[in-house]
Design a protein around this ligand. Structure first.
Ligand SMILES: Cc1cc2nc3c(=O)[nH]c(=O)nc-3n(C[C@H](O)[C@H](O)[C@H](O)COP(=O)(O)OP(=O)(O)OC[C@H]3O[C@@H](n4cnc5c(N)ncnc54)[C@H](O)[C@@H]3O)c2cc1C
Length: 350
């Protein structure tokens, strides 16, 4: 397959700052590349990806398969771990030379730090946690975020690049064309970078239970849990259903659970078969994270809670009382089903 035919465009390119983990391009980066491809086509410009890391030989093909025309590749042992100052320096230097029109960054732990560092150095605007990106009739990027009970479009008409961060799952995975190729431009690591902040080691915590991103059932808890004891009851429900446990912002702020479980605009975007929201009000910043859920249930003590307007089934009750009863009922039901099945199949020897 030839490269896309926008390589001589006058408008600056659309950029994606991609990320890889253990030699695989991250899903969120490929989703961003897929959407950036559409923006680049509409602008009649090319799509360029910046990828920094160590040992990147054989890693970049999926970026071309997802639609990139060109990859700026910083492949050096010094870049193996994300180093904020070196990464910022390299992206800023390249952006100053190449003058991209748009720069998209994943709303990951790296992207959330790198994007504002780069935006500040380039003296341009940045919209965090976008849930959609479209071009207006003048080719200006409308960066859409939830606010004031709806969606607002933020634009950056005068400064370049127009910068936005986007969480994984906001855009679908593009169709990958395995035969696609493109240009690789190697980047040098700068000699003099202050290095006041250095990543020495990355220690990965294995998430407990089912990961939110792939869970078919999610139980998400909110401020209505009341306290840690109430939260543990919600966690029990997730456990008995073999579901992933998600959260709203207040649950994280209270310290009941880690930030990595937060669903929504500044958290994760998920698409379970079944979502059960417990003690949460259905604020838009949370609900934008579950628009892909097939069946939605809410448990809330306030019959007038706006969450009930957004779900398929609702239970009006105090979750601290209702949830433990539900957990017991599920356990009883499961035991009955097991004993019925062992009676019909006879004794099983182990
Ligand atoms: C820029 C920005 C980004 C944000 N990003 C996110 C995000 O990504 N994810 C996110 O979740 N939030 C996000 N927020 C916060 C968001 O706006 C809401 O504040 C948050 O989602 C509300 O959480 P909640 O529903 O748990 O709490 P609340 O809104 O306080 O609702 C608690 C609910 O619990 C019910 N309740 C109380 N007691 C009980 C009980 N005993 N039993 C049953 N129900 C009970 C109440 O009726 C109420 O409906 C963001 C905010 C901003 C400004």
């Amino acid at each position: 397959m030839p490269m896309h035919d926008n390589m001589g465009a006058r408008c600056g390119a659309v950029w994606v700052i991609a990320e890889q983990t253990d030699g695989r391009i991250r899903t969120g980066s490929l989703q961003l590349v897929g959407h950036a491809r559409k923006l680049a086509n509409q602008l009649g410009t090319c799509l360029e990806v910046v990828l920094l890391g160590g040992n990147l030989v054989g890693v970049i093909q999926p970026l071309f398969a997802a639609g990139a025309d060109r990859v700026y590749l910083g492949n050096d042992p010094d870049l193996a771990l994300y180093q904020p100052e070196i990464y910022t320096e390299m992206v800023v230097k390249l952006a100053t030379e190449q003058e991209p029109e748009i720069m998209l960054v994943g709303s990951t732990s790296m992207g959330r730090e790198l994007a504002p560092l780069v935006a500040a150095r380039l003296q341009t605007g940045l919209t965090a946690h976008c849930i959609d990106l479209v071009l207006d009739e003048n080719g200006i990027l409308e960066q859409r975020v939830p606010a004031y009970g709806g969606l607002v479009s933020i634009t950056c008409p005068d400064r370049r690049p127009q910068m936005a961060t986007v969480a994984r799952g906001v855009f679908p995975m593009p169709q990958l064309d395995e035969d696609s190729t493109g240009e690789v431009v190697p980047l040098d690591v700068p000699d003099e970078v202050p290095g006041r902040v250095q990543t020495l080691e990355v220690i990965r915590e294995e998430p407990e239970g089912v990961p939110l991103e792939i869970a078919s059932v999610i139980v998400a808890g909110g401020a209505g849990a009341g306290d840690l004891d109430g939260w543990c009851k919600i966690a029990d429900l997730a456990k008995v259903l073999n579901a992933a446990l998600g959260s709203t912002r207040p649950a994280v702020d209270e310290g009941w659970i880690g930030l990595e479980t937060m669903i929504g605009q500044s958290g994760k975007v998920v698409s379970p078969e079944l979502y059960i929201g417990v003690g949460l009000s259905g604020e838009m910043q949370h609900m934008v994270g579950i628009t892909g859920a097939k069946v939605m249930v809410a448990i809330n003590s306030d019959a007038k809670s706006p969450v009930f307007e957004q779900v398929d089934y609702g239970v009006v009750d105090d979750c601290r009382k209702f949830v433990p009863v539900l957990v017991e009922k599920i356990k009883e039901h499961r035991e009955r089903a097991l004993s019925r099945s062992s009676r019909s199949h006879g004794p099983t020897s182990i």
